[in-house]
Design a protein around this ligand. Structure first.
Ligand code: PMV
Length: 355
């Protein structure tokens, strides 16, 4: 697909118009860590798309005479200069795909469904929501992107240029991103939905996000990715990710929760091991992170309930479990895990059903 919009003229409209889109956060099970060139991942990744943690972005736009990017950015109704600057740089980067950005004044208002300062990475939801809005403007005024698949593919491509993991957020329930031999449709430039239906055991899977710390991350993911090309374990890591992806896809298809647990926890710990062993090395887990991991493993051993953890590039723990075990697991969280969370805060999320 050619992502460049080759129709120069905007369909005529006088008054201001509005688009509004919601896009969720996602949690990687196979981690993207390391990139090359223009946001091309060093290895393929796979994530579950969440549903309760999302960004809602609204763009009010109207024609203007002078050329160039012109925006006003509000976060939750308030002007935010820092984000505004970031968005201007991003829009300049993608203007070749949306030439109309030269001709419009945009008023962007964005808000998150999750509380402020929870340490939840919001770049995936915010960049994908913005990308969806821009595609919607194109669709409305040029008559392109009418086909849903083309629409989502371009939105994923555009989101990726803002934040790699955002490419996966435009697809419901699960997505892969990055080339791998088992799925010729999976690409480096955009994410793709799974080729098969998730096994019923993984439908509506729960993700309890345990907020161990709400402080800003010690190291940005951009800085983290940049450490990978020189990492002594890079080659082995990229090979491992491909192999883990193959095993995980098979587990998602057949409903094998034991393999799921093994791979998902291995990926989380590998991500942190890579960070610890890079130069400079970073320790992003907190004591509470380790306490929670130990408790989860003990509980699994004791009860046979097939829950497991994964981690982002930070101290918070994502606890994954089946909807069928939700009553028991949520009691366990309240009794044993929430004490390790900042202000006892945890967020109950789940993946979107694929019906
Ligand atoms: O999209 P970025 O550049 O913020 O990187 C995300 C990296 C991880 O969250 C650690 C892994 C992933 O695949 O989402």
């Amino acid at each position: 697909m050619n992502f460049k919009l080759n129709k120069p003229e905007l369909l005529p409209f006088k008054k201001e118009e509005k688009v509004i889109k919601q896009s969720p956060s996602n949690i990687a099970l196979i981690k993207y860590w390391g990139k090359k060139g223009n946001q091309i991942p060093a290895n393929p990744s796979l994530s579950f798309t969440l549903s309760k943690s999302y960004t809602e972005t609204e763009i009010i736009y109207y024609p203007k005479k002078d050329k160039g990017i012109s925006i006003e950015f509000l976060f939750e109704g308030e002007k935010n200069e820092q984000f505004e600057q970031k968005i201007i740089i991003y829009l300049e980067k993608i203007i070749e795909f949306f030439p109309f950005l030269n001709k419009l004044r945009l008023k962007i208002n964005s808000k998150n469904s999750f509380p402020h300062s929870t340490g939840i990475a919001s770049s995936a939801s915010s960049m994908s929501a913005l990308a969806l809005c821009l595609c919607e403007i194109e669709k409305k005024h040029y008559g392109t992107l009418q086909n849903k698949e083309d629409f989502l593919q371009k939105a994923s491509f555009i989101a990726r240029l803002g934040s790699g993991s955002a490419a996966r957020s435009v697809f419901p329930y699960a997505a892969t991103w990055g080339e791998f031999v088992e799925n010729p449709a999976s690409a480096d430039e955009y994410a793709s939905p799974l080729l098969f239906e998730l096994h019923p055991v993984f439908k509506n899977y729960r993700d309890a996000i345990l907020i161990v710390s709400n402080k800003t991350k010690k190291v940005s993911s951009t800085a983290g990715h940049a450490l990978m090309p020189k990492h002594p374990f890079a080659k082995a890591r990229f090979k491992q990710a491909k192999n883990n992806l193959k095993l995980l896809l098979s587990a998602l298809k057949t409903g094998n929760q034991d393999t799921f647990i093994e791979i998902v926890e291995n990926e989380a710990l590998t991500l942190h091991a890579l960070m610890m062993s890079s130069n400079p090395g970073y320790i992003l887990m907190e004591p509470g992170t380790l306490q929670i991991i130990e408790k989860i493993r003990q509980y699994r051993q004791k009860t046979g309930i097939k829950l497991c953890f994964t981690l982002d590039a930070g101290p918070n723990v994502h606890l994954l479990y089946s909807i069928n075990d939700s009553d028991k697991v949520e009691k366990f969280i309240g009794k044993e895990l929430s004490a390790y969370c900042e202000n006892n805060l945890w967020i109950k999320d789940e993946i979107k059903a694929n019906t």
